[in-house]
Design a protein. Structure first.
Length: 302
């Protein structure tokens, strides 16, 4: 087994708020220095089950964009275990620019080979996956974001005895695997809220197919679109770090926490509610975000 269960429990920190609710954050970002947050759990069974069946010549292939947390995490797994990895990267314009991209540079330094495809090709990942299975029949092909049934099973590890006493469980939503796992394995009395950072009208159905439960709802937290960072996002993230000494990245957890604070302010949660937010990591993306912000002469994320 490559990925191990942590020997120490992940910390749960209270975030003081002036309303009559209790807010906490579970620091999944601290699970591993390079395989961060929910990515660790999404890959846990995918990789371990694959290695049990293919211990001789393993090969892992996956998909992602220029600043993908998933690409970074898979490359780190490959480096840790000495497994060759291949990243299918959206955007052929990055072919000669990857050295200027901190995420892709990190992946390359971990030994990951990068194949750049057009955005049109990337939109048809099902066809790409078919070709990859034909060319590399023994490889583990992990979907974008790591979301599949084994990922959902891995997310179960984010829940334990310490998470049972919360009324609301909150997570950012990209491809839907994390919220599906939380929805599937949480307590019957718990409500699950997904803070959707992508504009995808099919996402709710995709999540239901993975969880088969109706105990979740999605709240739009795009703040202008996936990957878009506005000045209020930056202000909130920097203020949060200064007040609570907890770093947030601007694509997932930062937007979720900002929206949670807005909901608390609007009395969305009943009095005396206990709210648990999952910090799903991805802090490696801050460096890339700051490069873009610097080019735009805007404030940086601290």
């Amino acid at each position: 087994m490559l990925l191990q269960l942590p020997t120490e429990p992940v910390s749960i920190q209270e975030i003081p708020v002036h309303k009559n609710v209790k807010l906490f954050i579970k620091r999944e970002d601290q699970i591993h220095p390079q395989i961060s947050g929910n990515k660790y759990w999404k890959l846990f069974y995918n990789v371990n089950h694959y290695l049990e069946k293919n211990p001789e010549k393993p090969y892992i292939i996956t998909f992602g964009g220029a600043f993908s947390n998933h690409i970074a995490a898979v490359s780190a797994v490959g480096n840790l275990a000495g497994i060759p990895t291949l990243g299918i990267i959206r955007g052929e314009e990055l072919q000669n620019k990857w050295r200027d991209n901190p995420t892709l540079l990190f992946a390359k330094r971990n030994g990951m080979n990068l194949k750049f495809v057009t955005r049109e090709e990337y939109r048809h990942k099902e066809k790409l996956t078919e070709f990859l299975h034909q060319e590399f029949p023994e490889a583990l092909v992990v979907p974008e974001g790591g979301t599949n049934k084994e990922a959902v099973e891995g997310v179960k590890m984010m829940l334990n005895e310490r998470t049972k006493d919360f009324d609301y469980l909150c997570t950012a939503v990209g491809t839907g695997g994390t919220i599906a796992g939380i929805s599937k394995f949480c307590e019957d009395n718990q409500k699950v809220i997904g803070f959707n950072v992508v504009n995808d009208t099919s996402l709710e159905n995709k999540i239901f197919e993975l969880t088969l439960k109706h105990n979740f709802n999605l709240i739009d937290s795009c703040f202008g679109g996936y990957g878009k960072i506005n000045d209020e996002n930056i202000r909130f993230i920097n203020d949060f770090k200064e007040k609570y000494d907890i770093p947030l990245e601007p694509i997932y957890t930062g937007k979720m926490m900002q929206k949670v604070f807005e909901l608390i302010e609007d009395d969305y949660f009943p009095e005396n509610s206990r709210i648990l937010c999952f910090h799903t990591g991805g802090l490696q993306g801050i460096e890339g975000a700051n490069l873009l912000l610097e080019k735009q002469n805007r404030n940086l994320i601290i």
